[in-house]
Design a protein around this ligand. Structure first.
Ligand code: DGL
Length: 268
């Protein structure tokens, strides 16, 4: 099984693309709704929560986990891969969302001045800068945290004037830098993709990050048959969360575009 982990339900943006592009695999989506959001938390706490989630998903039978949450990918993934996995699950894999997007940025030779927006945790970690530069040190990168966007999106303020105004104010410094590419480095921002495009204008390409992640995962599985062969096949998708409220249900169904059953899972 493929496990998809997020701090809450915003990661359904990534899950949706994975279901579209890789419909042949069983998946478990796990959202830590009881402790969301992670975006403004300390690195230490984000690591602890992510380690618990990864352990939980492996115990559910996952062979491969995608950390759909940018904040957790930025603040916890490296330590999970370098310390937690070798000690506890040497045969299993955990992948994040930052490296595949960084690789896609570097592959596009037209990307020379790249903007990255994300939560405070993601931006302060410098992970996108590090990863993009590891592929191409010549790319100039400009970052901007946009902490008000997650709550606005969760409140359903997608088409509101207030949201557009806040978006404009966050994006102004990046526009002044004349970026040619914008990375939406947060699970929620793709729900505002159209608004980001409108504010940035035609001279800037706003990347579809969930699509990139799903495409890179497809590519990864074709290059790693030893992992692919262990994944359970069959179009079954389970949704586990650490807390359920009406609002979580409503957002989850709106974002995924269909009815789903959110089951509550208790972490030990
Ligand atoms: N999932 C988080 C991310 O992609 C956004 C929500 C949160 O702050 O937990 O960074």
């Amino acid at each position: 099984m493929i496990g998809i982990f997020d701090s809450g339900i915003g990661g359904l943006s990534v899950a949706k693309k994975i279901y579209e592009k890789l419909p042949q695999y069983q998946t478990i989506y796990f959202g830590d709704t009881a402790r969301t959001p992670y975006g403004n938390r300390s690195q230490e706490l984000i690591y602890r929560f992510t380690e618990q989630a990864v352990d939980f998903l492996f115990k559910q039978g996952c062979e491969l986990i995608i950390i759909a949450c940018n904040t957790a990918s930025a603040e916890a993934l490296r330590k999970i891969q370098q310390e937690f996995l070798p000690k506890n699950y040497p045969d299993k894999k955990v992948l994040g969302v930052i490296r595949p997007v960084a690789e896609a940025v570097a592959e596009n030779k037209k990307s020379k001045r790249v903007g990255v927006v994300g939560t405070r945790g993601t931006i302060n970690s410098g992970s996108y800068v590090r990863e993009i530069k590891s592929f191409n040190p010549g790319i100039e990168i400009f970052q901007q945290s946009a902490p008000l966007l997650v709550p606005l999106i969760e409140e359903g303020f997608i088409k509101r004037r207030e949201t557009k105004m806040i978006l404009k104010s966050y994006l102004r410094p990046l526009k002044l830098q004349k970026i040619d590419t914008l990375v939406l480095g947060c699970t929620h921002y793709p729900f505002l993709h159209k608004q980001f495009k409108e504010v940035m204008g035609k001279s800037c390409k706003v990347l579809d990050t969930p699509e990139i992640v799903a495409d890179k995962l497809t590519d990864y599985l074709s290059r790693h048959p030893e992992i692919e062969s262990k994944l359970k096949k069959g179009n079954s998708h389970k949704f586990l969360v650490t807390d359920v409220t009406e609002k979580f249900k409503e957002n989850a169904q709106n974002w995924l575009g269909r009815e789903i059953n959110l089951e509550v899972a208790r972490l030990a």
